[in-house]
Ligand binder design. Sequence first.
Ligand SMILES: [Fe+2]
Length: 306
Amino acid sequence: MEFPCKDFKVGKCEGQKLVDGEMMPMVLLPPVADKADLESLVSALKKNNDWFEQMIIKNSAVLLRQPMCTKGCGPPMKDPSSELTYYHHEMILIKESPMKLVLFCEMPPPGGGETPFVPRFKETEGMLEFPEAVEEMEKKGLKYTFTALSKNDMSSMRGRASPTPKRLSSNLRSEICCRTNALGMDMEWLPNGGVKIVLGPRSTTRVFDGRKGRRMLFNTVVGMHGKEHTSALMADGTEIPDNVVRRCGEFIEEESMQFKWEKGDVLFFDSLALLHGRGPSKPPRRVLVATSSNLDYVSLVVCVFL
Ligand SMILES: [Fe+2]
């Protein structure tokens, strides 16, 4: 069948997989190599905006591969990239997490540092092994807790990446509480300067418009269950069975796919349909991210490039 867009051509990358008849990620290339600059990309995206949005929802992940980084690279990311960032939906802990995620590779790592991703509707099929447990989780909802450490406590990546300022005025504390509550979280200040956050009830699976009626596992149970600083329970406090959580983790590993970053790659995710993570990386690495539900992909591309 003829490819219906003249402004891109279809390419390939190592690691892509055919999932339910769609290639993930779908790889798109500029029609000619010398059209691989930001201006040409933005103009092609604007011209084909509706088609491009549909392509991302249909394939869940689209990789634009073009050596087009025309600006100088900024410094490598400061986060501890030697550590694994476990699979997650972007910002799933807030009430309505963003639908669109764009990643731009400005500085590919010399080793590791991939962005593995997992289609969640495939995992849902696997969860049919546990119909009673899933039904109970659906019915009761889920509750998560996490403890954000104080600035002085650097024993976890969360503490190092998101330190809590040591001293906060009571006005600032109450402002933080208001904003956190607006995002659907309850918070409690701890004597050591950290905070404990409780969220729930939250759903176990969701069906989003326009995605073939697919039921997505839309939770962060595997990432938070039974960890030192986080927990995931059913909303009434019932434990989620260990074997269910373990098998969910296995499904994630089984269905995961990844490719090697190249300079100039722009990756578009339907974040409602995919989990993503970050593999441990050798430095330096610089992959920039923009996310939104309301902005179109052209605006997000401009965000990651500026
Ligand atoms: Fe992320």
